[in-house]
Design a protein around this ligand. Structure first.
Ligand code: SF4
Length: 341
């Protein structure tokens, strides 16, 4: 029987990380008891980046402020573990620009977490890939904007396509799990480039994750960048292909938007957001325990985990009601105020 690429990857990871698997089983028991369990946290460990993507959703979060230290990141990982988290994704900015990144991965690994890192691939030399492997990374995720080197470089910077492809080959040579992270847009649907990116991932023997364009960062207010109803249908057709996935597929029980319910995002300054694309902060973990902030998020009534749509990119009602008011708030991320609700 032909097993799907994603299933094969999951089995390999589970066999390699049996103690994490045991923690996941405990989470399923809790879910059966109708308890809520947090599954994944994305932690931005820096907002620095060498590139300047035209669609960057994160650059607006960058401030002239001290970012979290190794000790603080380890502390957040420890608190996340208490809330049930089994997947930590290190992100940025470009996480490889953070000197302590390998120690952070090591610590998350030691806490029985599946670890991944989302990189622009610019610094994926053989040496850095080796260090990632040694620190215990389970999945290397690299961003690609186009199957065409020139278009990718046009968005990101000279030589970035070449470097990311080389990085993938080093990672494959070290037998690492690799996934391409791509944004499906009205433009790359109409010119066929998204299909070519999927073909490229298959040729490279890696998974590809499709994200929908979101109404934040450099695309804040640019409704024309969002998927139309027909584009959304096409996106869901593509998700049926072997090796193609989206973030909702990692959920425990459903394929609904996991923001706040199963997934949270910690910024490089400790602000706690429901997902990297919803820039509403429900508190800062340097000031209060994470559990308290998560509860506030859940009690806000904004997230019910009942839609197959991406709240930040596809759910027009959510975008109008909760995301657009943050554009002119004068602060980024927008601070949720429970007293004003
Ligand atoms: S809002 Fe979109 S990107 Fe964020 S968790 Fe939901 S589906 Fe994923």
């Amino acid at each position: 029987m032909h097993m799907k690429h994603r299933t094969r990857t999951n089995i390999r990871l589970a066999l390699r990380r049996k103690k994490v698997l045991a923690r996941i089983m405990v989470n399923y028991i809790k879910l059966m008891q109708k308890k809520l369990v947090l599954r994944q946290a994305d932690i931005a460990i820096t907002f620095d980046c060498q590139l300047g993507c035209k669609h960057c959703s994160i650059s607006m979060l960058k401030k002239e402020k001290q970012v979290l230290s190794l000790e603080q990141v380890n502390k957040v990982i420890w608190q996340l573990k208490k809330l049930g988290v089994t997947n930590i994704n290190f992100t940025g900015g470009e996480p490889l620009l953070k000197q302590d990144v390998y120690d952070m991965i090591k610590f998350a690994h030691s806490q029985q977490m599946f670890t991944s890192i989302l990189s622009n691939g610019f610094m994926l030399t053989d040496d850095n890939v080796r260090k990632l492997k040694k620190s215990g990374i389970d999945m290397l995720i690299v961003s690609i904007d186009s199957a065409d080197a020139e278009s990718h470089d046009d968005n990101r910077g000279k030589d970035s396509f070449n470097r990311v492809i080389k990085g993938i080959s080093y990672a494959k040579a070290h037998k690492m799990e690799v996934m391409i992270d791509a944004v499906i847009t009205p433009d790359n649907i109409s010119d066929g480039d998204i299909k070519k990116q999927i073909k490229l991932a298959k040729e490279l023997g890696v998974l590809i994750q499709l994200n929908v364009p979101c109404a934040v960062g450099k695309w804040a207010g640019k409704d024309e960048k969002l998927l139309s109803k027909d584009d959304q249908k096409y996106f869901r057709e593509l998700l049926k292909e072997d090796g193609v996935r989206t973030d909702r597929f990692s959920n425990y029980l459903s394929t609904k938007c996991p923001a706040a319910v199963e997934r949270i995002f910690i910024t490089a300054y400790g602000d706690v957001l429901p997902c990297p694309f919803i820039h509403i902060s429900f508190g800062n973990f340097l000031k209060e325990p994470l559990g308290k902030i998560w509860k506030r998020m859940l009690n806000s009534g904004m997230f019910s985990n009942n839609t197959e749509l991406c709240l930040a990119g596809e759910d027009r009602e959510f975008i109008e009601k909760h995301i657009k008011p943050t554009y002119d708030s004068g602060e980024h991320p927008y601070k949720y105020d429970e007293d004003q609700q």
